[in-house]
Design a protein around this ligand. Structure first.
Ligand SMILES: C[S@@+](CC[C@H](N)C(=O)[O-])C[C@H]1O[C@@H](n2cnc3c(N)ncnc32)[C@H](O)[C@@H]1O
Length: 329
């Protein structure tokens, strides 16, 4: 693991960074092969009217979708009140315009809720695996400062590793889309990320772990209260889960930003994989296939974000007998 190197060679160029369409939808191609025809690449072209409507819907639905964020109890232990919350929403929304990012500020806010809800007595840092230009890390650093927690950022800072066979294409069935990957895509250099966080977030709470996950994560041993894995590839996610799940505190959340990918979401239900690698049951994934319903899309509300909870306290769940009208004895 490399610790906080300040000067770094700019090993990747902007050319490697895929452009993010205005709609926030990744570029991709449809199925190909003998019975599969290559379809047109997604252009992400949206009309001004669609954009205005989308923003209006987001503005109207945010207070409902994130009602938990504005509840008094959320952040109370950290002295985070309504004014601080409104300021956080403003800063996060503003940063979306200032730092190139592959995720949406509402997704960052959803994670902020979980960080603010972790009891102060539970020790641990927040971990982000996959930072690109530092957009999500910038916003997470603002929340970490409010909660006096460290943000550990892991990335190669030279983009994706070469995808193996299982990661050449990912299937997003709900979106009728196939994502393709190549080495070096989604590259943000360490100096770019540090510059963005310094300017728009809180660099003082951040630690940077440079290198591919299979080199950096085995040496990491801090307890975590939230993990955000935005790593595109199944192999990368497997490494993150293998090393970070044991460090995640009970009741805490591991978020993935690839909840709509069949290859990624199925990993969270893969009982043999979890038994073999972590000696525990597969936790499942809230938002599998569609993502948490945060952002208006043509088929309804969705997002790229999904989460698994480590050992949720089932005893606190409400029992809801499904009698179908049958009167119980
Ligand atoms: C989609 S981008 C992250 C986007 C970012 N979270 C945001 O919201 O803007 C994926 C990132 O994962 C990193 N990554 C993927 N697999 C990796 C691996 N095995 N080791 C290190 N970094 C990896 C890439 O370098 C890239 O920065």
């Amino acid at each position: 693991m490399e610790s906080i190197p300040v000067s770094t060679s700019e090993i990747c160029s902007e050319v490697n960074a895929p452009s993010i369409p205005a709609s926030g939808v990744d570029a991709g191609v449809a199925l190909q092969g003998t019975t599969r025809k290559r379809k047109q690449r997604v252009t992400g072209r949206v009309t001004i009217a669609q954009r205005i409507l989308s923003r209006l819907l987001i503005a109207l639905s945010t207070p409902i979708l994130l009602s938990e964020f504005f509840r008094d109890e959320t952040g109370k232990e950290y002295g985070v009140g309504l004014f601080t919350k409104l300021k956080l929403v403003y800063l996060m929304a503003r940063n979306r315009k200032r730092v190139t990012t592959g995720s949406h500020f509402l997704e960052h806010l959803l994670m902020a809720i979980q960080i603010l809800k972790v009891p102060k007595s539970v020790p641990g840092c927040v971990v982000e695996c996959g930072s690109y230009k530092g957009g999500s890390a910038t916003n997470l650093s603002l929340v970490c400062e409010l909660c006096d927690r460290k943000l550990e950022i892991f990335d190669s800072f030279e983009g994706l590793p070469a995808p193996g066979e299982q990661d050449k294409e990912h299937m997003l069935i709900g979106l009728r889309r196939v994502h393709t990957y190549e080495q070096g895509a989604w590259c943000g250099t360490l100096s770019e990320v540090q510059r963005n966080i310094s300017t728009h977030g809180r660099i003082s709470v951040c630690s940077f772990n440079r290198g591919f996950f299979d080199q950096t994560l085995p040496g990491f041993n801090q307890p975590c209260v939230l993990v955000f894995a935005d790593v595109d590839l199944t192999t990368s996610l497997e490494t993150c889960i293998r090393y970070l799940w044991p460090l995640l505190q009970n009741g805490c959340y591991l978020f993935t930003h690839e909840a709509q990918h069949l290859e990624i979401s199925s990993l969270f239900f893969d009982r043999p994989w979890w038994r073999t690698n972590l000696k525990c049951d597969a936790p499942g994934l809230i938002g599998a296939g569609t993502g948490i319903g945060l952002l208006p899309e043509s088929g309804g509300y969705s997002s790229d974000l999904g989460f698994a909870i480590k050992n949720p306290i089932v005893e606190t769940f409400v029992e809801d007998p499904q009698t179908g009208g049958k009167i119980r004895d």
